[in-house]
Design a protein. Structure first.
Length: 406
């Protein structure tokens, strides 16, 4: 029969596994472009799931069997922080060129752990000193090479924790500024949840690190581990809720522009009639600006371009036949929209028509069809332009039975 401590740990672990699987399924429902960033979040979630699975096995397996499994489970912990770092780099428009190198340490830790397990397995004294009811532990009386290797692994983890958390905070703050510039959002809307996600992720890593260090160097306590994992599960539950309830907006690095007025849902007219204000230096002359706008009108007519979920400023500039800087200049100066506002305005025009003409079609299906990566991103852009959500807009238009969409 299981002891009360084992039962509590088992319940916490099972709940944690359920949360992790739910979050992975939720992330898989996002669009094609979102997957590029969400894959890192899914890796982080899978690692959390593995940690909880390890705790389930702790309840049922003997210390010796868990020792043999240590090279399989222990290295995963070192991949969690890099995964979060890569997620924020991806959504901030600055993906890492060779992300696999951030996980190279996992192989190194697996080798080190295997060496420790092999050494303990063949050494009765070391086995007695290092193998406890809580698993593999540090003991100063153990053979010097084993102790040195374990201390080196602990130092590497602490160094990784500090270095990556600094990099993650910096990346998140850059993302924070980019979202405000490119989407024209109030700082109280999206940035707040990104900061909350970052704080909660930091808390998870801090709890895990602090409790394990305390357990290794100060006092081994099963109840302390249980309380820590309970806090770990609660924070992870909150993270799942934050991710499910808020959109992950993808930004184009280095781009910014003016936003249009929320609630204004007129179709953007790409036209250049006059120079809106004087400037000491023109990046694009009037004739060239008119040509660019005519070309944009032609591209707008080709829905497959505007509806491309991977459409970016460089790609659109290439289609127009100008540089990204020139296109950005024309959009901001003459059309008075940022790149994202321009593209989203065109997409929302089509969305309004589809919402009314196809009342049985799911909002998510419409969002994906016109180029948005998720329903939440679509809702945010739609409300910014029209002043209402897609569902409310559909309900109001259907109730009024308006035959034409303006």
């Amino acid at each position: 029969m299981l002891e009360p401590k084992a039962v509590v740990l088992l319940i916490i672990a099972v709940v944690g596994i359920g949360q992790a699987l739910f979050l992975i399924l939720l992330l898989l429902q996002e669009g094609k472009r979102a997957f590029r960033a969400n894959r890192w979040l899914m890796i982080f979630t899978a690692i959390v799931c593995v940690i909880f699975v390890d705790k389930v096995l702790d309840v049922f397996l003997s210390p010796l069997i868990r020792l043999y499994l240590a090279p399989l489970f222990s290295p995963f912990v070192f991949a969690a922080i890099p995964a979060i770092f890569l997620y924020f780099r991806e959504i901030s428009g600055r993906p890492v060129p060779q992300p696999a190198r951030h996980f190279a340490i996992v192989l190194l830790i697996a080798i080190c752990t295997s060496v420790i397990v092999w050494t303990i397995h063949g050494n009765t004294d070391a086995n007695r000193l290092l193998l406890t009811d809580q698993g593999l532990g540090l003991n100063w009386k153990a053979p010097v090479p084993v102790t040195a290797l374990m201390l080196a692994m602990i130092a590497v983890y602490c160094g990784q924790f500090i270095a990556y958390m600094i990099a993650i905070w910096r990346t998140c703050l850059v993302y924070h500024r980019q979202v405000q510039q490119q989407f024209g959002l109030d700082g109280a809307v999206l940035p707040n949840w990104t900061i909350e996600l970052l704080v909660e992720t930091s808390v998870i890593f801090a709890i895990y690190t602090a409790i394990n260090l305390f357990d290794i160097f100060v006092l081994r306590s099963e109840w302390l581990i249980i309380v820590a994992h309970c806090g770990f599960a609660l924070v992870f539950f909150r993270i799942s809720h934050v991710i499910a309830a808020n959109p992950a907006l993808f930004v184009e690095a280095g781009l910014s522009g003016k936003g249009d007025v929320p609630g204004k849902d007129n179709r953007p007219v790409v036209d250049v009639g006059s120079d809106n204000g004087a400037t000491s230096r023109h990046l694009v002359e009037m004739d060239e600006a008119q040509r660019i706008c005519r070309r944009l009108n032609q591209i707008i007519a080709r829905e497959e371009v505007i509806f491309d979920p991977l459409l970016s400023m460089p790609k659109l500039a290439q289609l127009v036949g100008v540089t990204p800087n020139q296109l950005s200049y024309v959009l901001n100066r003459y059309i008075e929209k940022s790149f994202f506002d321009f593209v989203n305005s065109e997409r929302v025009v089509h969305a309004k028509r589809l919402l009314v003409t196809e009342p049985d079609r799911q909002v998510l299906d419409i969002a994906i069809n016109i180029g948005f990566n998720s329903k939440s991103t679509f809702n945010l852009a739609f409300k910014k332009i029209t002043g209402t959500t897609p569902s409310v807009y559909r309900a109001e238009r259907t109730a009024k039975d308006i035959p034409q969409i303006v």
